[in-house]
Design a binder for this molecule. Structure first.
Ligand code: AAT
Length: 298
C-alpha cells in the first residue's frame, strides 16, 4: 500500500491508525488503513476511510454515515418497512441519502413509477461513486431522478399530495440538515404526501441523542396526530451506541403492523436476497423497550 496516496497527496501509512467519532462522553473508534477521500464541500467535510472491520466508510464532519459492511441494516430498514406497508406505492421521494443505499433498496420495488432523490452535496455522491460502489450503484440507474439541491427547497416547491412515501435519509441535526429537523419542514412533507402517504425518517439513537429523539416524536405527533406516529429500531454497529431508530408517520390508512403481511415481506426478502429485513424483523422492530416507550409518550 505504500505507493498509494490520498487525494491530498499524503502517503497512506500502514501503521496503527484509528478513526474516532467523539462525543462529549463517549467515542467510537475503528482501525483503518488510510483515508481514500478528503474534501471540504460547501456544506461539510467529506471523507472516506478504509477501515479494517467495516470496509470503506463515509464520514461527514467526522461522523460515521455509512460503511460497506453494515450499511444494509440502515438502508433495508428505512426503505422496505414503509414501501411494503403502503397500500399502493407509486411515487417515492428520498431526501438526502447521497451514498445511494436508500435509492438502491427503493429501486428493488419494481412496481414504483417515480423515484426522486434530492441530495444537497455533490461531493458525497462523488466520494461514494469512487469508493463505495456497492452502495452507490443505484445512483446511475436511469429509473432514478437524482437532483442535487436542498431537500427543504424541493419539498417546499413540490405539489400537494405528490408522493406516496417520503424517506428523510438525512444527517444529524447540525450543518445542512438542521432545517430537516424543523416543524415547518415536516408540515411541508405532510402536505406533499398523498392520502395514504407515509413519512419515514432516521430518528437518531434513543440512548444517545435522547433530547433530539424526544423532540422529533413530539413534532411528528403534532403534525400527523397522536396515533399516527410509530417508532422502530435496528442495530447498527457503527452508529453511536449501536441502537438506532426510525420514525414511521402516516397521513391516512397505512399502518406498520395492522394489515401487515409477513408472508409478502418474507417473500420480498428472499427474492431480493436481503441481509437484514424479513417478515419477522418487520414486526419485531416495532417492539420497544420501556425506556424508549416512555421517551416517546412523554
Ligand atoms: N444513507 C446514509 C446516511 C446518511 S447520509 C445523509 C445525507 O443527507 C448526506 O449525504 C447529506 O449531504 C444529506 N443532506 C443533509 N442536509 C440535506 C438537505 N438539506 N437536503 C438534501 N440532503 C441533505 C445519514 C446517516 C445518519 C447519521 C447517523 N449518525
Amino acid at each position: 500500500r505504500d505507493e498509494k496516496s490520498t487525494d491530498a497527496g499524503e502517503p497512506i501509512r500502514t501503521r496503527d491508525i484509528w478513526f474516532t467519532e467523539r462525543d462529549d462522553k463517549i467515542a467510537l473508534s475503528m482501525k483503518h488503513n488510510g483515508k481514500l477521500y478528503d474534501q471540504q464541500s460547501d456544506y461539510q467535510r467529506v471523507e472516506v476511510y478504509e477501515t479494517q472491520a467495516y470496509g470503506n466508510m463515509l464520514t461527514l464532519d467526522g461522523m460515521v454515515m455509512t460503511t460497506e459492511k453494515d450499511e444494509y441494516v440502515y438502508h433495508e430498514m428505512i426503505t422496505h418497512v414503509p414501501i411494503l406497508t403502503h397500500p399502493n406505492p407509486k411515487r417515492v421521494l428520498i431526501i438526502g441519502g447521497g451514498d445511494g443505499g436508500t435509492a438502491r433498496e427503493v429501486l428493488k420495488h419494481t412496481e414504483l413509477e417515480e423515484v426522486v432523490m434530492v441530495e444537497i452535496d455533490e461531493k458525497v455522491i462523488e466520494a461514494c461513486k469512487l469508493h463505495l460502489p456497492s452502495i452507490a450503484s443505484a445512483l446511475d440507474d436511469p429509473r432514478l431522478n437524482l437532483i442535487v439541491d436542498d431537500g427543504i427547497k424541493y419539498v417546499n416547491e413540490a405539489s400537494d399530495g405528490s408522493f406516496d412515501v417520503v424517506i428523510v435519509d438525512s444527517t444529524d441535526p447540525v450543518g445542512p440538515a438542521e432545517g430537516l429537523f424543523s416543524v415547518d419542514f415536516y408540515k411541508e412533507v405532510y402536505r406533499i404526501l398523498s392520502t395514504d402517504g407515509i413519512m419515514i425518517t432516521q430518528s437518531e439513537s434513543p440512548r444517545f441523542n435522547n433530547k433530539v429523539f424526544k423532540e422529533i416524536y413530539q413534532v411528528y405527533r403534532s403534525i400527523f396526530g397522536m396515533d399516527k406516529v410509530h417508532c422502530y429500531l435496528a442495530y447498527i454497529p457503527t452508529y453511536p451506541t449501536g441502537m438506532w431508530s426510525f420514525s414511521y408517520s402516516t397521513k391516512g390508512s397505512a399502518h406498520p403492523l395492522n394489515g401487515f403481511d409477513p408472508a409478502k415481506s418474507q417473500a420480498f426478502s428472499e427474492s431480493n436476497a436481503l441481509s437484514y429485513y424479513n417478515g419477522q424483523i418487520h414486526a419485531a422492530a416495532f417492539a420497544l423497550p420501556n425506556f424508549v416507550k416512555q421517551m416517546i409518550d412523554q
